[in-house]
Design a protein around this ligand. Structure first.
Ligand code: MG
Length: 386
């Protein structure tokens, strides 16, 4: 039984007051669409991203930067939600028993346990839709704004995504609805219209939809308040300074008479960062993943290893949140290169530059760094468990 994800990433930023599609806006440094897709990685066999053609290049570049490994294609958004879903469904040929999960990319705080609940309900009941019991009182009103009646609150649920269905149900219904010109605002509405059961599973209050600017700060508050999923890592590395080697720090080649000796390009700062990232996730150290006895890593750019480390973290359900790197070197002067170094790291790990800090210090001519025998680097980072 396979799982297909229809990720709805159309729409515009009109209510956000942003010229950019809201799903491309960073939420705690990571674009909303990347956050959404990351959560589905452990579940999705194949993903269809339904978007405006104009946004495709930006989405592809955000995905490349994230290092996410994903089998996916694009479908064009339609004039209505249902038309968009229909376009997405046209791109796949699942078996009738396969699971289709339809998700609004703007609900980018989606967590694995909710996806699991929805998937389990689909296996058991044929459909699964997350809902939260209403806490407010709702009124049905008429066209002149007079109250008609008050629905019983205990029967009211606020509905979220992902909404899950058996492929053999949703695909023919979606086709039939489009032929009959029936339109509804969510996917479960199709099953209701054709008198099929829709099973509600417990939703998640933090699974909010990013619609207005206020939602971005709500999302940040939720992410930052969720310290249970935050971990800290620390890394330290040293490489010897020798003649006839390049000096490469955070992917920047710095002109100097000495360079760092090592099996790879000996980018000591990137090595410290990678160790911090793996350490935060209790995954060991870089020697375990990239042994210096392995010929494929000889002379390799450590920036490539960093990208691979991002992927390893993602595979284990983690993403980097921020990093602070210190480089201890008596010479050369590193300060002028720091903006480029920070940009390189931010780019490789798929975070915005304001989440990466790099600083350089001398050791006042003390120790091996002071005698210019080597350069050391310390890195501290936080990662978030998805
Ligand atoms: Mg090293």
């Amino acid at each position: 039984m396979k799982t297909y994800v229809i990720m709805l990433a159309g729409g515009t930023g009109s209510r956000m007051g942003s010229p950019v599609n809201k799903i491309l806006l960073p939420v705690c440094g990571i674009p909303a669409i990347v956050r959404s897709l990351t959560s589905f990685v452990p579940f999705a066999d194949y993903t269809v991203i339904v978007s405006r053609p104009d946004d495709r290049t930006s989405i592809v570049s955000a995905l490349d930067k994230s290092g996410l490994s994903l089998s996916y294609c694009f479908a064009d958004g339609g004039p209505t939600r249902q038309a968009s879903v229909q376009n997405g469904l046209h791109c796949i040929s699942p078996d009738p028993d396969d699971i289709i999960l339809i998700h609004d990319a703007a609900r980018c705080l989606i967590k694995a346990d909710l996806i699991e609940r929805v998937s389990n309900a689909v296996r058991k009941y044929g459909s699964g839709v997350p809902g939260i019991p209403a806490v407010s009182t709702f009124k049905m009103i008429d066209a002149a704004s007079f109250v008609q009646f008050t629905p019983e609150r205990s029967h009211l649920y606020e509905i979220q995504t992902p909404q899950g269905f058996k492929a053999g149900t949703i695909i023919p219904l979606s086709q039939r609805a489009s032929e009959e010109g029936f339109d509804c605002t969510d996917d479960a509405g199709l099953l209701e219209h054709y008198h099929l059961p829709v099973k509600i599973v417990t939703g998640d209050a933090s699974n909010i939809k990013i619609t207005e600017p206020m939602d971005l700060s709500r999302a940040r508050t939720i992410l930052q308040g969720d310290t249970s999923s935050m971990r800290i890592g620390m890394g330290y590395d040293v490489h010897r300074l020798v003649p006839d080697r390049k000096l490469i720090l955070c992917g920047v080649e710095i002109p100097f008479e000495l360079g760092l000796l090592g099996h790879s390009d000996a980018d000591v700062a990137v090595h410290a960062l990678m160790d911090a990232m793996l350490g935060a996730c209790a995954l060991g150290d870089i020697g375990k993943f990239f042994p210096d006895t392995d010929d494929q890593y000889r002379g390799i750019s450590s920036m490539l290893l960093l990208k691979e480390t991002v992927r390893i973290l993602q595979e284990h359900g983690f993403c980097l949140n921020n990093a602070d790197i210190t480089i201890a070197a008596q010479k050369p002067r590193i300060l002028p290169y720091i903006p480029q170094m920070a940009a390189n790291i931010a780019d490789s790990v798929g975070l915005s530059a304001d989440r990466i800090n790099i600083k350089a210090t001398t050791t006042e001519k003390l120790g091996f760094e002071g005698r210019m025998e080597g350069i050391s680097s310390y890195a501290v980072c936080s990662v978030i468990e998805r």
